[in-house]
Design a protein around this ligand. Structure first.
Ligand code: NAG
Ligand code: NAG
Ligand code: NAG
Length: 375
């Protein structure tokens, strides 16, 4: 308004009017710019993250949270793009939701085989870290146990770490025996009776929500965090203890806006129209690690009864949130949630972030120890 009245007042000559118009147009364009710029940066990060998950050695990142052999057998990513593969992939995905479409991810259909029902009564945690991990990934669990998983009190607040596994798909009996022993030793394993496969990650996430809702309602906050993540719990606690951080209906992490649903059957993220008809996902938080107020698990489990499951766990949680009318929050400092690690370790960077994706348990141990070294 001020701008226009200024133009009107000064526009005695045609020249001045033109000048003013040019100025106004430039300002308008300039104001538009940051939005485009932000979305292009977010696109780039997403594409980087996707490249990383598809191409990073030794195996795709997402596979790390699943049983490798079973995954390879059932993942559309390994199939060639023929109509047969397409049908097969769709069938596999549909089998994830069979027999009743809206029921398969509903966590109360599954049962805990290994459980720590009194853990939260005993420890009364402020924050619970729930780590989905494949049964055979003992090394990843041990790396966490010896790094951020060993921080039981942070800024005077109790933190509890638990691992969530499904049923082992290979060497079933031997792996189950090992899991039982590991559970007796550490008392930090939760196991549910669904097949631990890549396509079942949505079930895994919802089982995590069910566990939090039924076994740990007293905690203030929780986080779903992948097993290949670096976590800086001090920085996370600063965020959670900040007076402006909401206590309810709060969820934050790396926010994904306007992500298109992948319809290419050769993609790891393929979702058939039958499972998710819309072209875009609602705003969601990238699955590597999202933090939420602990009132949400119960609400998510409830609402999931009415929402058809599909195989992209983080987007599924986003769909549930939308139905609940809860908007994901952008963290105060979004750059603290890093979906990639460029291989160039910088101590200051690891002291600054909340999460960073790493590529091996050895890396986690190395960087964590170094980042904690007194200056
Ligand atoms: C991701 O990979 C594609 C294809 O290989 C490439 O065109 C694109 O630039 C990559 N993106 C980033 C951010 O590295
Ligand atoms: C956890 O930390 C304690 C002391 O801070 C240490 O004695 C213990 O060995 C650590 N546990 C693991 C698994 O590294
Ligand atoms: C997911 O788990 C269920 C329950 O164990 C199983 O019946 C189904 O085959 C699994 N789906 C996939 C695609 O692995």
């Amino acid at each position: 308004m001020a701008l226009f009245s200024c133009c009107k007042f000064q526009a005695r000559s045609c020249f001045m009017l033109l000048l003013c118009l040019t100025f106004t147009v430039s300002v308008t364009y300039y104001i538009q710019l940051p939005n485009d710029w932000i979305s292009s940066v977010s696109d780039n990060i997403y594409s980087y993250y996707r490249n990383l998950t598809v191409h990073s050695p030794p195996r795709p990142r997402h596979m790390q949270t699943t049983d490798q052999r079973t995954t390879a057998d059932s993942t559309p990513a390994v199939m060639s793009v023929t109509s047969r593969a397409n049908t097969k992939a769709t069938e596999d995905l549909m089998s994830t939701v069979a027999p009743t479409p809206y029921n398969a991810a509903y966590p109360q259909n599954y049962h805990f085989i290994l459980d720590e029902p009194d853990k939260c009564k005993q420890e009364n945690p402020f924050l619970v870290l729930m780590v989905p991990v494949a049964p055979h990934e003992l090394e990843a669990r041990n790396a966490i146990r010896s790094t951020w998983g060993n921080e039981t009190v942070v800024q005077g607040k109790t933190v509890t770490v638990l691992f969530l596994v499904g049923l082992p798909g290979i060497k079933t009996e031997k792996q189950q025996e090992e899991l039982n022993l590991e559970s007796q030793k550490y008392h930090d394993l939760i196991q549910s009776d669904f097949m631990d496969t890549y396509l079942n990650l949505t079930i895994k996430t919802m089982v995590i929500m069910d566990w939090l809702a039924t076994r740990c309602p007293q905690a203030a906050y929780s986080m779903k965090v992948d097993s290949d993540m670096f976590l800086n719990l001090d920085n996370m606690m600063n965020l959670l203890l900040a007076p402006e951080t909401p206590r309810i209906n709060y969820i934050t992490g790396m926010v994904m806006w306007n992500r298109p649903v992948i319809r290419d059957p050769a993609s790891k993220w393929y979702v058939p129209q039958e499972l998710y008809p819309e072209d875009y996902y609602p705003t969601y938080l990238l699955g590597m690690g999202y933090i939420f107020s602990n009132d949400l698990p119960k609400k998510l489990v409830e609402v999931s009864k009415d929402i058809q499951p599909f195989n992209i766990e983080d987007a599924y949680v986003g769909t549930c949130l939308k139905k609940l009318g809860i908007a994901p929050s952008t963290p105060p400092n979004p750059s603290q949630f890093k979906a990639y690690f460029n291989g160039n370790y910088q101590r200051e960077e690891f002291q600054r972030v909340i999460t960073t994706i790493l590529s091996s348990p050895q890396q986690l141990i190395k960087f964590w120890q170094d980042s904690r070294r007194p200056t």
